[in-house]
Design a protein around this ligand. Structure first.
Ligand SMILES: Nc1ncnc2c1ncn2[C@@H]1O[C@H](COP(=O)(O)OP(=O)(O)O)[C@@H](O)[C@H]1O
Ligand SMILES: [Mg+2]
Length: 236
């Protein structure tokens, strides 16, 4: 497995937020972690990315134990992260926000190629390159955050609620971009609160509820599990 999380427990101050979370993402896989608000999706992604320290459990990425490593070091190993709020640098332009990833991680690929690929996925960003990171719409900020993660030249991407809070008009645009990224061969782990946003090409689905994984399997299997569907609000 490219990424494997086993028996993860995470506390935030005195609260036991993640309880025995295990999940795996293989090469070229698109995996979705679905759960309602407050279930523990962001905590899971932030722990994988090194922003939170695991209390117990193992996190292996490309055959290395990364639990406890710093976010910058994990990014340098090739883990791209598009956080829930986008984390756009307000004082930088759109173009600078994308370029910064090419300095964060140096790879064998020239920066120009990496930027071209990021803009090919979300062309609107090139048009707005000179704008400040704050002078674009919410949907474009989501795109910028994903494009920046892609410009890292990552092996794997963590996308936290890429469709959240967006107008219905922009959702297909983001979906198309994510699909383009899958064609590049990256493994992707998507956190999603809306089961209806889970892409049809998802290879593996996990459902998290109150910090625990309550389902893992192929998305078609969750359709046959009324108890799990009730939690995530899907219709059988
Ligand atoms: N900084 C924090 N301090 C205290 N509790 C937090 C903090 N961040 C998250 N939590 C709690 O952890 C739980 C999981 O949150 P989160 O991982 O953000 O859920 P999700 O992303 O699935 O909506 C929630 O109950 C939330 O209240
Ligand atoms: Mg979240």
């Amino acid at each position: 497995m490219m990424l494997s999380v086993e028996g993860l427990h995470v506390y935030i101050e005195a609260s036991h937020i993640l309880r025995d979370v295990s999940l795996a993402v293989g090469e070229r896989e698109v995996v979705c972690l679905v759960g309602r608000n407050g279930a523990g999706k962001t905590t899971t992604l932030r722990t994988i990315m090194g922003y939170l320290a695991p209390h117990a459990g193992r996190i292996r990425f490309l055959d290395r134990e990364i639990g406890g490593m710093r976010p910058f070091a994990i990014a340098q190993l090739g883990m791209g992260f598009a956080p829930e709020d986008g984390a756009i640098f307000a004082d930088l332009t759109v173009a600078e926000n994308v370029e910064i990833a090419t300095w964060t991680r140096r790879t064998g690929r020239p920066a120009g190629d990496r930027l071209a690929q990021a803009y090919a996925v979300f062309p609107v960003l090139r048009r707005y390159g000179a704008r400040r990171g704050t002078q674009i719409s919410g949907g474009e900020r989501k795109m910028l955050s994903i494009a920046r993660a892609l410009a890292l030249d990552p092996t794997m991407l963590l996308l936290d609620e890429p469709f959240e809070g967006l107008s219905p008009a922009i959702i297909p645009e983001i979906g198309r971009g994510i699909f383009e990224i899958t064609k590049l061969g990256h493994a992707i782990l998507i956190a999603e609160s809306n089961i209806h946003h889970v892409p049809e090409y998802t290879t593996r689905l996990y459902v998290i509820e109150r910090g625990e994984i309550i389902f893992s399997g192929h998305p078609s299997e969750v359709q046959r599990d009324p108890a799990v569907l009730r939690v995530i609000g899907g219709t059988p």
